[in-house]
Design a protein around this ligand. Structure first.
Ligand code: AMP
Length: 513
């Protein structure tokens, strides 16, 4: 029987959990080192692959072959070149790997921690764009995993918090999720094991790695102050690894002393917590702004929020507790393993979405009261010709079909019309934006396709556009020519099956250690 599995595919760490016989999530440990979190690091050389903490050992001598932070590239059209040691846009390179392929190697590794892993729930940041979600699904396909559903990370975490026996979570809660590469803040209403997400805001490029980078800048300055020579923090991945160590020390001590090696030999330096906190002020201000934005969007204020729940390794930094206590008027809830909350929630959700017959009686009992509703985290729309209110001219603008924060599942149909006499083609665009934009320059066009229309008709033929999210959180877009009844469903998957097959073959050639 295949197991009920949740996977947290993180920027810096990943984890896999299954539901035990009693219906409780259990994070599975690596067979090699018995650790429950695995570095999302991949060492790739010729046909050899090493995934996890061991890959980090190669940072010193073969750093070009170590791929880090793949998750940050999931929405980009890039490949990793081991020759250049970075992500590049030249798709014709041989022996180069897409973000989906590299992620598939991490998924394959996690799969090894237990047997019979076939169907899984995978977590993604709330602010992950459609393209990055699709790339995550591609990664799963390459790793031979069937994805029951993707779930937003903060949503998974609150599901875990709500199901914990020892922690009293209820009322309106804020889920503060600061990981290695991304930041999400979510407001939800929790009643027993029922979770209703109200809104999420976030930044998919704000996380622990950015704080590490600021520490490397401090390291560079301090080395320069002594030797008048700069260390190469941009191209030597080892410095960033060292910076992470410093950051972790500064979570428990007010200063960290380390030795760094540079062109003039090794040098002992000291970095204080105060210096570090000052260096990340811009990020802290951004975090505060996003919390304010999310509060405004959900009509909340600190006095209406019962609890702040922490998720993600970076919430261990003392400055986070300080800022949240100050903003919310009370300290965040402590005592839950912030590294495991997301993956545990994913396993619970996998249980909810698995056919009942495959669950044991105890598992069914444990999940009986668990319920979840999530929202759409973007405005989804299409480009259309409209009359500009100010100039009276006809212009192409973005029009919104599904509003942000609409409860899922949802299906919305809007009527448009053709614009020209004898129009034989319709340009179908699907757009995504964080704000209610009408300017086409400020939206992401996630799909463009031409649709053929019947010949010889006058202008103003009705076209119905329906956007819907199915139960699995996947978006469907249907363009229907009302008069002829011809409808066309747009396939949002970026990789065709043929490309995916090739991607899979390339990955199958290399062996994982
Ligand atoms: P996650 O994506 O939730 O696994 O979080 C990973 C991030 O948490 C990485 O950037 C880590 O460096 C960071 N992290 C883990 N432990 C600590 C700590 N003790 N202090 C500060 N940051 C930490």
């Amino acid at each position: 029987m295949s197991k009920v599995i949740g996977i947290d595919l993180g920027t810096t760490f990943s984890a896999i959990a299954s539901l035990d016989d009693l219906g409780n999530p259990e994070v599975l440990a690596s067979i090699e080192d018995n650790r429950k979190i695995t570095a999302s690091a991949v060492y790739l050389k010729d046909n050899e692959v090493i995934v996890g903490d061991k890959a980090l050992n190669y940072l010193k001598d073969q750093s070009n072959n170590v791929i880090l932070q793949t998750k940050r590239e999931m929405e980009n059209d890039v490949v990793y070149s081991t020759d250049e040691g970075k992500w590049v846009t030249d798709k014709d390179l041989v022996d180069a790997y897409t973000p989906a392929q590299v992620s598939s190697l991490i998924l394959k590794k996690l799969k090894e921690y237990t047997s019979d892993v076939k169907k899984v729930v995978i977590t993604v940041p709330a602010m992950f764009a459609e393209k990055a979600r699709q790339a995550t699904l591609d990664a799963a396909k390459i790793a031979d995993l069937e994805v029951i559903e993707l779930i937003n990370e903060p949503t998974a975490a609150v599901l875990h918090y709500a199901s914990l026996p020892g922690v009293e979570v209820g009322g309106r809660v804020m889920i503060f999720d600061l990981g290695g590469g991304t930041f999400d803040v979510t407001f939800a209403e929790v009643k027993n094991k029922k979770v209703d997400v109200m809104t999420s805001r976030g930044d998919k490029y704000l996380g622990g790695r950015d704080f590490d980078k600021e520490i490397t800048k401090l390291m560079k300055k301090k080395y320069f102050d002594v030797h008048n020579v700069e260390i190469d923090i941009e191209n030597n991945k080892e410095y960033i690894h060292k910076a992470e160590e410093v950051k972790k020390i500064l979570s428990v001590k007010d200063k960290a002393n380390i030795e760094i090696t540079g062109p003039k030999g090794p040098q002992k330096i000291e970095i204080t917590q105060e210096e570090f906190e000052e260096s990340i002020q811009t990020y802290i201000e951004k975090i505060k702004m996003l919390i304010e934005e999310a509060m405004e969007a959900s009509g909340m204020n600190p006095s209406r929020i019962n609890q702040t729940l922490l998720v993600g390794g970076s919430t261990r930094m003392p400055i986070i507790t300080k800022v949240l206590t100050q903003m919310m008027g009370k300290p965040p809830v402590k005592g839950v393993n912030v590294d495991e909350a997301v993956v545990c929630g994913a396993a619970i959700y996998a249980g909810l979405k698995t056919e009942k017959e495959t669950l044991s009686d105890q598992q069914q009992e444990a999940l009986k009261e668990v319920n979840l509703t999530d929202v759409c985290n973007f405005y989804m729309g299409t480009l259309a010709v409209i009359t500009d209110n100010h100039t009276g001219r006809r212009v192409i603008a973005n029009t919104i079909i599904i509003e942000r924060d609409t409860k899922l599942p949802v299906s919305v149909t809007k009527r448009y019309t053709t614009i020209a006499e004898g129009q034989e083609e319709l340009e179908c665009n699907v757009t995504q934006s964080e704000g209610p934009e009408d300017n086409k320059e400020f939206v992401n066009i996630i799909h463009e396709e031409m649709l053929k229309l019947p010949k010889g008709r006058p202008a103003n033929q009705p076209i119905d556009i329906t956007y819907s999210y199915d139960e699995s959180g996947k978006m469907h877009c249907m363009f229907t020519d009302v008069e002829s009844g011809n409808s066309h469903e747009i396939e949002l998957t970026p990789e065709t099956t043929a490309t995916l097959d090739d991607a899979k073959k390339q990955i199958e050639k290399i062996s994982i250690e």
